[in-house]
Write a protein that binds this ligand. Structure first.
Ligand SMILES: Cc1ncc(COP(=O)(O)O)c(C=O)c1O
Length: 421
């Protein structure tokens, strides 16, 4: 057996083997998955804008006007009028002086964390942060203090230990795999008390989904202009591809000069940029879409609770059903698929070991009846997989608390143990 075959066999044996599934048609509430019609309950196309007519038309028109590719990195000839226009609109949407487009959220996190910390410094990162933040920490060559999920006391303790070497706190606002929200006010207060410590907030799953008019959790917390860099993606609620860092002019100039993925990677393609611009128009014109997303998430949470699932941990459109074991999560996923509901099982290293789950993602374009029916299907799928819904929880917080209890008090982790993706 080759080394590669042995590694693949090991992944299969651990229940961690992955394959891509094939979706026909756009990311709507209903898709053909590997040829079978299913209700799609795991797409980040939260507002249903990826195939909205106006977004499609804007992208198509941009391809005709500016071409399909940007042809160059931002600093060479890749900053086109359409990029600048979207940057201005995103800055206004996020309440910052400036916004800088990046190729993707992954690249934005690598670039921003890498630009704001370096060797000899300490970055503070929530233990459930996304893989792109973790990789940004690693690439920065700074030490990483991984604080317990949303645990401001642990963060404060770490800041005190690091003293003047503390450089950056980085957190998601809406956590991608848990659907809970970071204590942004407390984090911002802590940073203010430690002079020189900056805060980066990744609003990948908050932009377009939470806060006033979908402006995000930072706006919801009344922290407009108080966070050093707010990152958002164009590939989720805004239905396109790419990302941005919203910040003040000085920070934008620093990132333009030092964020390596902005300097060394091709600028986002004009059709994606124009599509995101049209999506932003739609979000601003009709906040009802954001309201519908919230109302739909509430319906699904209520129905899941009725089925016996513990859904208390999520307050957003992301609702995880934490099963624990990877194999069981796959069995629940397959049983739901047989009944026509697609909610992807998420396993390590995307989530910490022992917290495998089904990650449900609500869309504004689901009907309430579809969500009610999906909750029943998931309840039956759980039973078929030998799991009582009451033992599956909507949050990893319980697991995080258990992990924290198992950890010796005061231990400092200098690397993330699990990669989120
Ligand atoms: C919290 C978070 N940040 C960043 C990203 C990466 O964004 P993108 O898909 O635009 O690379 C993701 C993607 O899943 C995410 O969940």
């Amino acid at each position: 057996m080759s080394e590669i075959a042995a590694r693949l066999a090991e992944l299969k044996q651990l229940g961690l083997y992955r394959r891509t599934r094939l979706v026909s048609g756009p990311q709507g509430p209903h898709v053909l998955l590997d040829g079978k019609p299913v209700l799609l309950l795991c797409s980040n196309n939260y507002l249903g804008l990826a195939d909205h007519e106006r977004v499609q038309e804007a992208a198509a028109a941009a391809a005709l006007r500016w071409g399909v590719g940007a042809g160059s990195s931002r600093l060479v000839s890749g900053t086109m009028t359409i990029h600048r226009r979207l940057e201005q609109r995103l800055a206004a949407f996020k309440g910052t002086e400036s916004a800088l487009l990046f190729g993707s959220g992954y690249l934005a996190n690598l670039g921003v964390v890498g630009a704001l910390s370096g060797a000899g410094e300490v970055v503070f990162s929530d233990e459930l942060n996304h893989a792109s933040i973790i990789d940004g920490c690693r690439l920065s060559r700074a030490e990483t203090f991984v604080y317990a999920h949303n645990d401001v006391e642990h963060l404060a303790w770490g800041l005190a230990q690091a003293g003047p070497r503390a450089s950056l706190i980085v957190t998601e606002s809406v956590f991608s795999m848990d659907g809970d929200v970071a204590p942004l006010e407390e984090i911002s207060d802590l940073a203010r008390r430690h002079r020189g410590v900056r805060v980066v907030v990744d609003e990948a799953h908050a932009t377009g989904c939470v806060g006033p008019g979908g402006r995000g959790a930072v706006a919801e917390a009344g922290l407009d202009g108080e966070i050093d860099v707010v990152i958002g993606t164009l590939g989720k609620a805004l239905g396109a591809y790419g990302a941005f860092a919203a910040c003040d002019h000085e920070m934008a100039a620093l990132l333009t000069n030092t964020a390596r993925p902005l300097i060394f990677s091709t600028a986002p393609p004009p059709p994606a940029v124009a599509g995101a611009l049209a999506a932003l128009d739609l979000v601003e014109e009709s906040p009802r879409r954001v309201d519908r997303l919230r109302a739909n998430a509430e319906v699904l949470r209520a129905e899941l609770a009725r089925e016996g699932f513990d859904v208390a941990g999520s307050s957003t459109q992301i609702i995880p059903l934490v099963v624990g074991d990877a194999g069981t999560a796959m069995r629940v996923c397959e049983a739901a698929l047989e009944r026509g509901v697609f909610a992807q099982a998420i396993r390590p290293p995307t989530v910490p070991s022992g917290t495998s789950r089904l990650r449900l993602a609500v869309m504004a374009t689901h009907t309430k009846d579809e969500l009610r029916e999906a909750a029943h299907v998931l309840g039956r799928a759980a039973l078929q997989a030998g799991l009582r819904p009451a033992t599956a929880t909507a949050t990893a917080t319980a697991m995080a608390v258990a992990q924290e209890a198992a950890r010796a008090p005061g231990v400092v982790d200098f690397a993330h143990e699990a990669d989120a993706a």
